[in-house]
Design a protein around this ligand. Structure first.
Ligand code: 5GP
Ligand code: ZN
Length: 109
């Protein structure tokens, strides 16, 4: 836990839509789709580039947590996005996954 990391703080004390097994889901403060959640691992890893810092089991559980979060929101069709690095649009350097469903207000593509 890094006290100067916003997502470490939100993992510890945020308003969680879902929490299990080392992962949380929260609502994005600035939604770019009808449903816009962020899935955040408790473990602080700056970007997706460092995915190998998670064990095979943790990585699998993280992907399953994303799928389960979408299912709980009654999303069947949706997008899962991780922006990697400043050039990839990342603004918070604690690995996270955007889960976007429904109407996309200005989301690229
Ligand atoms: P990134 O740009 O790093 O891929 O995604 C960061 C996301 O975090 C953005 O979509 C932004 O709206 C969201 N965000 C930034 N600050 C907060 C906050 O304090 N609370 C929540 N729930 N989301 C935030
Ligand atoms: Zn962090």
């Amino acid at each position: 836990m890094s006290s100067d990391c916003l997502f470490c703080r939100l993992v510890a004390e945020g308003d969680h839509v879902r929490k299990a097994d080392g992962f949380v889901a929260i609502k994005d403060i600035n939604p770019k789709a009808e449903t816009h959640l962020l899935v955040i691992p408790e473990k602080h890893v700056p970007t997706f580039r460092e995915i190998s810092e998670f064990s095979a089991d943790e990585s699998k559980r993280m992907l399953e947590f994303i799928a389960e979060t979408a299912r709980e929101q009654d999303l069947e069709d949706y997008r899962v996005v991780s922006n990697v690095g400043e050039g990839g649009g990342q603004t918070i350097f604690h690995l996270h996954w955007h889960v976007l469903g429904g109407r996309m207000g200005g989301f690229p593509g």
